[in-house]
Write a protein that binds this ligand. Structure first.
Ligand code: ADP
Ligand code: XUL
Length: 575
């Protein structure tokens, strides 16, 4: 008999829900665009913006759940065949529930009206949820880092330094500025556990991979950090209760509940359809591909984002580590760069001599020009302030000694603009290579070259150069707008050096699809129909033909870039 699995994606601008079958093929998809389909909430692209404060109306999300199932049934999709549901949500947002919430959720009944009619306002102590784009928690970020002995101290505990959007700083701000709301709040959900709670018809704890986006979860101990909780509430047990601690562990699938009878009666779900924990959108993205340890996803969108599966807990204030949502003792590294496509576009425009053409031909010719004499050149191109390394907007070029790797001189320009095209792509890719290196495990003996023992510094890492000579990812997957560009992708592939090859894919659905796969695997594992680990399961079932194989590793080229690591670190030290 046919059966289906649903995967949600509650992102900033829309709610999406995909259905897959047992072969993991997409069979149906529905979307609700918040701004246009729920105009009564008067959001701009899903949010309210008041200066630094960016929030989302919780009622709009509640209403969108009813609406999306209505669309499924209207299209004739048979929801009674859905075995299990999971999904992903925008990270860091938080939903504030009242004391009445749990009872209201349990009592949900379609005869009494819609979800909104039964839950709003009584179930919520705050009408809005802070959104990840919020920038209003500078004071609270300081308090978090002071408590933990600085940015790197906080990163060691929670996987990240303090960030405006991270939920702990957001909750602290609400506790400080809206004490009445804070005390009227019995339970705080992340967006992921909020949707899981609605579907379960009861309040469900946080999922621990997504909980790593709070600056509150002590990753090495796998528990909330009492010291940091005490920043929010002198009585840490109070906030611990509000967070429904302990969080749900990701070691193996935990079935939260059957779907609420509300959805059974209203939309015809089977009463034993299972709800499994939802996770964050970036975490779901890694679940959408059969990523194994040391595999990397390179997203070449407006900004560049790297997601890496690792078993190394090597935190840095300049990137993020999260617990892996589906594989025990693994982590996901996430590195976000500000200067990606836009910085490359500036150089493309200079080469084209105009700003209106989007033609990459001249830029690409330069990037792939082996004869271009740029072996002793290094440059960083940050027209916007950069996150990794953490510096203000700056553009700097240098020439270095090919023998020693030491910088000889800084220059205002290279021989011509074509050098900038090649150097920007190389240095962007090299920055990715050196930052993922400490997260990669390798059995290969590092090369012992002349200066192999020189200590090289990137951000908080001060390690011998040779450590960078043996660390290569297995597979690399390229996504995002610029991944269409062969020359850019091939240059990234050469520099990053994935030993098992480089793939490209289009990912319009990756977060929701990650949710579908997680639902399917969780259900099969929970019902003992598979014992395979998540990555093994997906590796077996995955439609590899849907991916485009771009190129093999180019070992000689990869080794060539060993020469540019020391000069890049020296250049960064001067910014
Ligand atoms: P977002 O990150 O906002 O979702 P996309 O993933 O769509 O954006 O990426 C947009 C970027 O992709 C643009 O800024 C553009 O520079 C880049 N891009 C699109 N096509 C190409 C191409 N053929 N070559 C290089 N860059 C490209
Ligand atoms: C990740 C982050 C964003 C949101 C977007 O830290 O803030 O990617 O998850 O939905």
């Amino acid at each position: 008999m046919d059966c289906y699995y649903l995967g949600f994606d509650l992102s900033t601008q829309q709610l999406k829900c995909l259905a897959i079958n047992q072969d993991l093929k997409i069979v149906h998809s529905e979307t609700i665009v918040f701004e246009t389909e729920l105009p009564q909430y008067e959001t701009t692209k899903g949010v309210y913006i008041k200066g630094d404060v960016i929030e989302c109306p919780v009622a709009m999300w509640v209403e969108s759940i009813d609406l999306i199932f209505y669309k499924f049934t209207k299209s004739g999709f048979d929801l009674s065949k859905v075995k299990a549901i999971s999904g992903s949500c925008q990270q860091h947002g938080s939903v504030y529930w009242t004391e009445a919430a749990d009872e209201l959720l349990t009592a949900l009944d379609p005869k009494d009206g819609s979800l909104v009619e039964q839950l709003v306002p009584a179930a919520f102590s705050r009408a809005t949820a802070p959104n990840w784009q919020d920038h209003s928690t500078g004071k609270q970020c300081k308090a978090f880092e002071e408590k933990a002995g600085g940015p790197q101290g906080l990163a060691k505990i929670t996987g990240s330094r303090a960030h405006f959007r991270f939920t702990g700083t957001q909750i602290l701000k609400i506790a400080e500025e809206e004490p009445e709301c804070y005390s009227n709040t019995q339970t705080i959900s992340l967006v992921s556990s909020f949707v899981a709670s609605l579907l379960s018809g009861k309040l469900t704890p946080l999922e621990e991979a997504d909980a790593c986006g709070m600056n509150l979860y002590e990753i090495p101990k796998r528990d909330f950090d009492k010291n940091l909780l005490a920043l929010i509430d002198k009585d840490a047990t109070n906030i611990e209760k509000k967070l429904l601690s302990p969080a749900i562990k990701c070691d193996e699938p935990v079935r939260l509940s059957s779907i609420s009878s509300y959805f059974v009666e209203k939309y015809g779900f089977s009463s034993d359809c299972s709800i499994f924990p939802f996770t964050g959108d970036n975490l779901a993205t890694i679940c959408s591909l059969p990523l194994k340890k040391n595999d990397v996803l390179v997203s070449l969108g407006t900004s560049t984002t790297i997601l890496l599966v690792t078993d190394q807990y090597h935190p840095s204030a300049d990137y993020h580590l999260f617990i892996h949502p589906t594989i025990s003792s693994y982590y996901m590294g996430m590195i976000c760069y500000c200067n990606g496509s836009l910085a490359r576009e500036e150089i493309r425009n200079e080469l084209n001599g105009e700003t209106t053409s989007h033609d990459w031909t001249k830029f690409n010719d330069a990037v792939s020009d082996h004869k271009l004499p740029s072996d002793d050149e290094i440059g960083v191109y940050f027209p916007l302030g950069e996150i990794v390394p953490s510096v203000n907007a700056v553009c700097k070029r240098a020439k270095f000694d090919l023998e020693t790797g030491n910088i000889k001189e800084f220059v205002d320009a290279f021989a011509d603009k074509r050098h900038d095209a090649k150097n920007i792509v190389e240095s962007q890719a090299l920055s990715c290579r050196v930052r993922i290196s400490p997260l990669i495990t390798s059995e290969v003996e590092p090369l012992n070259t002349k200066n192999a023992d020189v200590k090289v510094r990137f951000d908080y890492d001060d390690i011998p150069l040779k450590e960078y000579f043996s660390k290569r990812p297995n597979k690399a997957f390229f996504v995002g707008g610029a991944s269409k560009n062969d020359d850019i992708v091939k240059k990234f592939a050469q520099v990053i050096g994935a030993t098992e090859g480089n793939y490209r894919l289009e990912t319009p659905n990756s977060c929701a699809l990650g949710g579908c796969y997680k639902a399917a695997w969780s259900d099969l594992y929970y019902t003992k129909q598979t014992q395979l680990r998540y990555d093994q399961f997906l590796n077996e079932k995955f439609a590899w033909d849907d991916l485009e194989y771009v190129c093999d590793a180019d070992n000689d080229a990869w080794q060539q870039y060993n020469n540019k690591i020391l000069p890049l670190s020296q250049l960064e030290a001067t910014l």
